[in-house]
Ligand binder design. Structure first.
Ligand code: MN
Ligand code: MN
Length: 320
């Protein structure tokens, strides 16, 4: 039990004025670890799986690094003017026991855990792992909420049909989600797209399916605020899922990732982008592709932890 603004609370960060931040066990934002969902609104779930990557691995160590980098998070978000943990009971589930050698078995494990979470009315806050883990999460969230609006922030579209004749990789995840009817392209948008492409019509093909594609160039030209307005209009009302691939941010701000692309968002722009999405109806989040072996001085993990704090703040605002 810790003391929140409204008195003693079971699900509340440890008081860092009483116990030092570097005293473990390490959980996200020093929240209680719990697998009992009674009274929980939002659950931080680590999915340490990197069997879906096509280039550099290492994201299996993502959740642990993000937890450690989250120890400095404080109670009040002055930008969104909210004390998220006073509104939401948030707990840290720990990690799902993935199967390192099998994406199918891992998907099964993710479905079981996230399915239980969803059926309990708890909002999942997932930390990968590579981007392939988003598919079973989306499937469970959409089972409860119907076809979802997707806000996908990433350097890459992740709309490839196959890699090495495989249907399930971190680069095919939203092609599958689209084919399986989990997301509604008329309410969905890919944001931050840049870098060299497989073909000249990769972006126009995605647009022809109904998605909006907001490239990094377009963000640079029009500014974050204009882009946020466009995203909010496209998504409109209804259940919305946000998937944030850390490689949306420039390698200068997020070097610890598997497929870096130069010319991306600064950490300030990424925070502003999320804060500009307040008022939407979020039903699930993921933050993926943090690969600690490629990180330096926790640059990437610290950014990821702060982005997840913004997710929680957005969710708290929508419940307020
Ligand atoms: Mn990416
Ligand atoms: Mn991705």
């Amino acid at each position: 039990m810790s003391k929140g603004s409204g008195g003693l609370r079971k699900f509340y960060p440890a008081d860092s004025l009483v116990s030092p931040r570097f005293t473990g066990p390490y959980t996200f934002a020093r929240l209680p670890h719990s697998r009992d969902l009674e009274g929980v609104d939002t659950l931080f779930i680590g999915i340490p799986f990197d069997g879906g990557v096509v280039f550099r691995p290492g994201t299996r160590f993502g959740p642990a690094a993000v937890r450690q980098a989250s120890l400095l998070l404080r109670l009040y978000n002055p930008y969104l003017k909210v004390k998220p943990f006073d509104i939401l009971n948030v707990a840290d589930f720990g990690d799902i026991s993935v199967v390192p050698s099998s994406i199918e078995s891992t998907y099964q494990k993710i479905s079981e855990t996230v399915g239980t979470v969803i059926d309990s009315g708890v909002t999942p806050l997932v930390c990968g792992g590579d981007h392939s883990i988003s598919l079973p999460v989306l499937k469970e969230v959409s089972r409860r909420h119907g076809r979802l609006a997707l806000i996908h922030i990433d350097a890459h579209l992740d709309m490839v049909d196959q890699h090495f004749s495989q249907k399930y990789t971190h680069g095919t995840v939203f092609r599958r989600a689209y084919e399986e009817g989990l997301i509604d392209p008329s309410r969905s948008v890919h944001v931050g797209i840049r870098g060299s492409l497989f073909s000249e019509d990769e972006i126009s093909e995605t647009e022809s399916l109904g998605f909006d594609v907001i490239t990094m160039d377009s963000i640079e030209k029009r500014g974050i605020e204009t882009v946020c307005g466009e995203i909010r209009r496209k998504v409109g009302e209804g259940a919305t899922y946000l998937s944030f691939d850390i490689d949306a941010c420039d390698p200068a701000y997020a070097p610890g990732t598997g497929t870096p692309e130069v010319g991306g968002l600064t950490s300030r722009e990424a925070l502003k982008l999320l804060r500009g999405l307040a008022s939407l109806e979020f039903v699930g989040f993921d933050l993926v592709e943090v690969s600690p072996p490629y990180d330096y001085g926790e640059i990437t993990a610290v950014l990821a932890a702060n982005l997840i704090y913004e997710f929680i703040s957005l969710l708290a605002l929508s419940k307020k």
